[in-house]
Design a protein around this ligand. Structure first.
Ligand code: OSB
Ligand code: MG
Length: 366
């Protein structure tokens, strides 16, 4: 496949409500979209890097810069999506930027071939069960209102963001109000240290599905130590940036569950490798989210349909994030989202919406 050129487009997407985590509060996403143009088809992707380097070292201005200055010039003139990662390998890190490039190339290639993302990746089902990630709130009553609303919408699993000072009490309040049958998990975004093990062990009483990323991203050894002190299974998010990291975490006993976010690990092909590795090792995986628009969501939902994704993902409906999505909205039916079946990611941006939210666009001829 030959690429004619690439458009880097920035869009401003206000969230329906502020989303607070242990690392910061998001009120709007500044999203970088990548459009790959070939003679036969166009491919789209969404870079998940956030405005500031608080979740990981990447940030959206940096991702745009590394794509235009280093990644696009490194692509061969004639390429297959399966060659992209190898071509970009000499450039260290910048996995979210690399994932955006590879995904747009893959979308163009699959659209030209008439094959869906789900089929290409090996999806085993046509719809996926959905969870929702609930931010840190100002008060417990406010949290209970939010969780109640999501349960009414049909979400099959609730994830509560936690941090020191907002952990045992909100979890207890949700259990007391909504009962023991709700699938419930927590995400600390690396806000604790091993000296908090006794506090974290108090969460064991609430029968959580998992605790996500309690400790620092680069501390697999301490996660393994913490795992021996908790009954709640440990799931890693920030720590896993590649299949090699996943293999190390499994070997060390740092986690028994992995949150797979294609952006964090450099793309959907690496995501499938981690899925395969985990499946072979009895490690459950689920599809994480980065507050994606419909463009990123479409591909995530396809990935979440692979057979090893045995836990509900952070693949929520469009309205959980945005009043107006850039694609046709993803809507929950009976707690599930349907896997797009059209060619490539199976969705397109709606031109009028895209124009309205665009803050800049740059064409790079290749
Ligand atoms: O840690 O999973 C996370 C959002 C942004 C950055 C990190 C995380 C999240 C979420 C939201 O939890 C998941 C989603 O619904 O997209
Ligand atoms: Mg997380």
């Amino acid at each position: 496949m030959k690429i004619t050129g690439v458009e880097l487009r920035r869009i401003a997407m206000p969230l329906v409500a502020p989303f607070r985590t242990s690392f910061g509060t998001e009120t709007s996403r500044d999203v970088l979209l990548v459009r790959v143009v070939t003679p036969d088809a166009e491919g789209w992707s969404e870079c998940v890097a956030m405005a500031e380097p608080l979740y990981s070292s990447e940030y959206v201005d940096g991702a745009a810069e590394v794509i235009r200055r280093f990644l696009l010039p490194a692509l061969p003139k004639n390429l297959d999506a399966g060659d992209v990662a190898r071509a970009l390998e000499p450039i260290k890190g910048h996995r979210m930027a690399k994932a955006a490039v590879e995904t747009a190339v893959l979308d163009a290639q699959l659209k030209a071939a008439g094959e869906s993302f789900g089929r290409f990746l090996g999806a085993a089902r046509s719809r996926v069960p959905c969870g929702v990630s609930v931010g840190i709130m100002d008060s417990i009553p406010q949290l209970l209102d939010a969780v109640g609303g999501y349960l009414d919408e049909g979400y099959v699993r609730i994830k509560l963001k936690i941090e020191p000072g907002w952990d045992v009490e909100p979890v207890r309040a949700v259990r007391e109000r909504f009962g023991d049958d709700v699938l419930l998990q927590v995400d600390a975004n690396a806000a604790y240290s091993l000296t908090d093990a006794r506090r974290l062990a108090r969460l064991d009483a609430f029968d959580l599905l998992l605790i996500e990323q309690p400790l620092a991203n680069d501390d697999l050894v301490q996660h393994a130590k913490l795992a021996t002190r908790l009954r709640t299974p440990i799931c890693l998010d920030e720590s896993i940036e590649s299949a090699e990291h996943a293999a190390a975490a499994i070997a060390l006993g740092s986690c028994s569950i992995i949150n797979i976010k294609p952006g964090r690990i450099g793309g959907y092909l690496e995501a499938r490798r981690i899925h395969d590795l985990c499946r072979a090792n009895g490690i459950a995986v689920w599809c994480g989210g980065m507050l994606e628009t419909g463009l990123g969501r479409a591909a995530n939902v396809a990935l979440a349909a692979l057979p090893g994704f045995t836990l509900p993902g952070d693949t929520s409906g469009s309205r959980r994030y945005y009043a107006t999505d850039v694609t046709e909205p993803f809507e929950l039916v009976d707690g599930h989202l349907e896997v797009p079946s059209g060619p490539g990611i199976g969705v397109e941006p709606i031109p009028s919406v895209l124009d309205e939210v665009t803050t800049s666009a740059e064409w790079i001829a290749l």
